[in-house]
Design a protein around this ligand. Structure first.
Ligand code: ZN
Length: 219
């Protein structure tokens, strides 16, 4: 097996990069630290279209390589954000859950989109984070070549690392075009993944409460 591309390693094990975000330092231009070679993508897209038997000089396709490069760049770039955390001065000790955060990503096996919703929750410890930031964390990891399981874990691990909460729960429900348009061809079939840490995993009441909140959305 070949080693993962450098940017994926940096994302997966990149506490330094992510810690910088948490400290309110300006974040990297791309969420993953990725640099996209726009001209290179355009050339490759033209070659791909040719290999697919398309006439890339025709009027309809002439601008397509550039549009493809634009589209991939957008799909793979997260908006930079500052994940400022705050001390939990009021000692809030119930679950904080952001439900049904819409997201889309690109499946790393087929480069086809998968999209759905994320339910992200944590049981606060010393620090809390703005609710809107939970959506930005989802986007940070979703704008990448991904598999759903890894995306789920990366979101949960980020929260665990940055907030040191008493528990974390992440549930993702998504439809994968690579599954619904080809192969098994089950339109609308959802893949559900979850990552639970701490009391959300180990305490039955908290776990039930979180999963009930996550399940409500899928009905
Ligand atoms: Zn796929």
């Amino acid at each position: 097996m070949s080693p993962p591309p450098a940017h994926l390693t940096a994302l997966a094990d990149g506490p330094a990069h992510l810690a910088a975000l948490a400290d309110g330092a300006p974040s990297a231009p791309h969420g993953s630290g990725r640099e996209i070679d726009h001209a290179g993508v355009e050339r490759a897209a033209r070659d791909l279209l040719r290999a697919l038997g398309a006439d890339v000089d025709s009027v309809g396709l002439h601008e397509t390589p550039r549009r493809m490069a634009d589209a991939y760049a957008e799909l793979l770039t997260a908006k930079p954000f500052r994940a400022t955390t705050f001390p939990n001065d009021d000692g809030y000790d119930e679950l904080i859950v952001a439900r049904a955060i819409p997201f889309h990503s690109l499946c790393m096996h087929h480069l086809l989109p998968f999209q759905g919703v994320a339910h992200v929750g944590y049981l606060p410890g010393e620090r809390i984070v703005g609710l809107s930031k939970l959506g930005r964390v989802v986007e940070l990891f979703a704008r990448d070549l991904q598999i759903q399981e890894r995306l789920t874990m990366q979101i949960a691990d980020w929260l665990q690392r940055e907030l040191q909460p008493k528990g974390v729960g992440v549930v993702l429900e998504a439809e994968h075009l690579c599954m619904s348009l080809r192969g098994v061809q089950k339109l609308g079939a959802k893949t559900v993944t979850s990552a639970l840490h701490g009391l959300v995993r180990d305490d039955a009441r908290t776990r039930q409460e979180f999963l009930a909140l996550a399940r409500e959305e899928s009905r």
